[in-house]
Design a protein around this ligand. Structure first.
Ligand SMILES: NC(=O)C1=CN([C@@H]2O[C@H](COP(=O)(O)OP(=O)(O)OC[C@H]3O[C@@H](n4cnc5c(N)ncnc54)[C@H](O)[C@@H]3O)[C@@H](O)[C@H]2O)C=CC1
Ligand SMILES: O=C(O)C(=O)COP(=O)(O)O
Length: 630
């Protein structure tokens, strides 16, 4: 047991547990009744009015008990339910309740009958639980409560705490205004508004501190805790209108997340990135060296897309910043659009449609062909190219492909040994090469000339891959019969006006970089990338990182985890382990992964450590980043 001279007074409902116990009791007792939902809504309304001090507490209690129709036997079920509903950060910090047991109290306007058995498991004995008690009739029905108990009365917590006569600094942790009043009355020294389960403005606005979790409370008080840095202090900045599910995923895990609809130019990002730990972007945001230099806290960048060349990957690595992307989530969306566009181009659908929009009936078969039996040339036989190959064959196209890497053909697709071979043979050429800057003007005047007369070009890869001037010329001259372009050498940062030389040309489909913009793809990315980010922040795992040595280690219980990122020079591991040995720390597991530039080591320790070891590890030569996880 450790003495701090402070007393910690916890509220129960919606603080120690995620729920209001009487709401749960109502769910149990009203189960199967036709008017259950209305009664529960009524109970919740009364609960909130009581918590916010809008009606007298006694009144709220009386009304709720009447509506409950509960029996003694229901309490056992209630306790079982509540056991499953302990607040997340309370359950993960059981250690605190063990070590500071003598200084922890519960003051609740709930009932000892269900609070005692729950908090007992957190080392809080019944005599430190101040709460109401039920009255039962002979048949065991709950018919009321002990009206002499101060806690059944309005602002009863003030009187209760006064009567307890606690010595030392008294800190109250609760979600409601009825907890704050102890501080307002001057009986408690500090009030922490606990918002992990519910955010009540009236409590938060008056609090000395708002604590979104117990981790934050423990951090503020420098008390031992399950994670070294509370998640609400980890700032996440999501740009470019990533799906709101990403916001939900990261906020639900406790991070502080800001969502910005568009991309930011370098100067603005340099300002905005300060203090940000996690940056989420899509294909527009340039994460340049200057941005990375300004990023004083940045740990990880999530590209909510496939392409990552908008990020200075190597420079990020040298700074110990890990980058993840979503390599598969939007591939199917691109493939479906490619198939659709190939058919639309071959049938001159857009030309016919524009004519009709302009009031012209232009029924003709001229320049309208089936895709069946036509040659499709896929350039870049990667994740997208391969899927497209399969679908295109399924609709009867003959597939040819060209890739710089040796890539196995799927189905009956035929590999071309040169780009020229592919261009010579294809009725439609579709580009799916990666966003490597070396692919700039990959398709220029010379390559277009190598294409068959009347062929079509589809580009859903990157804008700089095609020389737009040369393409516009070829379309105007009639050498090419059509094109579908989704990506452009220069794209705007947000929605608005846009100009390209391809505008107004017949049989040219123009789309604003929407190849991967489907609800399904964006929704999937919003799970995939946040999961990678959370896995790295919470456990140190870097599996699937695009610029970093990959490590996965399961989270350990009753252990401490240190993450050390360093320049990959000889002797670092020896130095790290020498420091650990000097502080007599026992390594329970350790895993190192390196590439040419950096080394990344996760070390798990099986016992308490002297905080000075952290300083010593940070001082190890060639350390880039050091983080204590838990
Ligand atoms: N329009 C949109 O909204 C979207 C565009 N994309 C873009 O699509 C492209 C392809 O994506 P994935 O298939 O996932 O990439 P991937 O990396 O799986 O495949 C790319 C393939 O291109 C090959 N390649 C690269 N340079 C080449 C060259 N000069 N000549 C021949 N082959 C070359 C690579 O060897 C690789 O096999 C990327 O540029 C990506 O950014 C991806 C998703 C959505
Ligand atoms: O995934 C990619 O690489 C894309 O090009 C899609 O980018 P976006 O998310 O639409 O900015």
């Amino acid at each position: 047991m450790i003495a701090t001279g402070r007393k910690y007074v916890f509220d129960f409902d919606s603080t120690l547990t995620r729920v209001e116990a009487l709401d749960v009791l109502a769910e149990l007792t009203l189960h199967g009744k036709s008017d259950k939902d209305e009664i529960i809504a009524e109970i919740q309304k009364i609960t909130n009015l009581g918590i916010d001090g809008e009606i007298s507490f006694t009144e709220s209690l009386e009304s709720r008990i009447k509506l409950l129709h509960a029996h003694k036997n229901d309490l056992e079920h209630l306790v079982n339910e509540l056991r499953q509903k302990i607040s997340k950060s309370i359950a993960s910090n059981k250690d605190f309740f063990e070590k500071y047991a003598d200084d922890i109290y519960v003051i609740s306007c709930g009932f000892k009958e269900f609070i005692d058995p729950i908090v007992k498991e957190y080392n809080i004995p019944s005599d430190r639980v101040y709460a109401n008690t039920f009255k039962f009739d002979d048949a065991g029905n709950i018919v009321g409560f002990d009206e002499d108990n101060v806690l059944s009365q309005h602002n009863g917590k003030i009187q209760c705490l006064k009567d307890m006569n606690l010595e030392g600094e008294v800190q109250v942790i609760g979600d409601g205004y009825s907890d704050y009043v102890m501080r307002e009355a001057g009986i408690a020294d500090k009030f922490f508004a606990y918002t992990e389960n519910v955010h009540r403005d009236k409590a938060a606005d008056n609090a000395d501190h708002v604590t979104p979790s117990l981790d934050e409370f423990l951090y503020l008080n420098d008390l031992p805790r399950n994670i070294s840095y509370p998640k609400n202090r980890i700032k996440v900045l999501l740009l470019e209108n990533v799906h709101t599910a990403a916001f939900d995923n990261l906020s639900e895990d406790g991070f502080s997340v800001e969502l910005v609809k568009h991309s930011l130019p370098e100067e603005e990002l340099i300002e905005k990135i300060k203090g940000v730990h996690v940056l989420g972007i899509r294909s527009k945001t340039q994460v340049s060296q200057k941005v990375l230099d300004a990023a004083d806290k940045l740990l990880v960048v999530g590209a909510f897309c496939i392409g990552t060349t908008q990020i200075e990957l190597e420079y990020a690595k040298k700074k110990g910043i890990v980058v993840f992307n979503a390599p598969y989530s939007n591939t199917r969306s691109v493939v479906e659009l490619a198939i659709g566009e190939i058919i639309m181009l071959m049938r001159s659908v857009f030309a016919r449609s524009s004519e009709l929009h302009n009031g012209q009936w232009q029924k003709t078969a001229s320049g309208s062909r089936e895709v069946r039996g036509k040659n499709l040339g896929i350039v870049g036989y990667g994740n997208i190219g391969k899927q497209l190959s399969v679908l295109a064959e399924a609709i009867g196209m003959r597939v040819y492909y060209y890739d710089v890497e040796d890539s196995l053909a799927l189905g009956n697709a035929k590999k071309c040994s040169s780009l020229e071979d592919l261009l010579n043979i294809s009725d439609v050429v579709t580009l799916h090469i990666d966003d490597n800057p070396a692919n700039k003007n990959f398709i220029g005047e010379r390559e277009i000339k190598q294409m068959k007369k009347g062929a079509m070009l589809v580009n859903l890869s990157r804008g700089f891959v095609v020389d737009i001037d040369a393409l516009a010329e070829a379309l105007k001259s009639g050498h090419l019969a059509g094109a579908a372009i989704d990506v452009y050498p220069e794209e705007p940062r947000s929605n608005g006006s846009f100009a390209t030389k391809l505008q107004g040309l017949p049989n040219v489909i123009l789309t604003p970089h929407v190849g991967g913009s489907t609800e399904e793809a964006q929704r999937d990315i919003a799970d995939f990338v946040p999961n990678k980010i959370m896995d790295y922040i919470n456990s140190g795992n870097t599996v699937d990182a695009v610029n970093f040595p990959n490590i996965r280690l399961p989270k350990q219980n009753k252990a401490h985890r240190f993450l050390h990122i360093h320049k990959n020079v000889p002797g670092i591991m020896a130095k790290i382990n020498k420091v650990l040995a000097e502080y007599e720390l026992n390594i329970s597991s350790q895993y190192l992964s390196t590439d040419n530039e950096v080394g990344y080591v996760i070390t798990d320790l099986d016992k308490e450590y002297n905080k000075d070891v952290i300083k010593a590890l940070r001082k190890v030569d060639n350390t880039i980043k050091f983080r204590v996880l838990y």
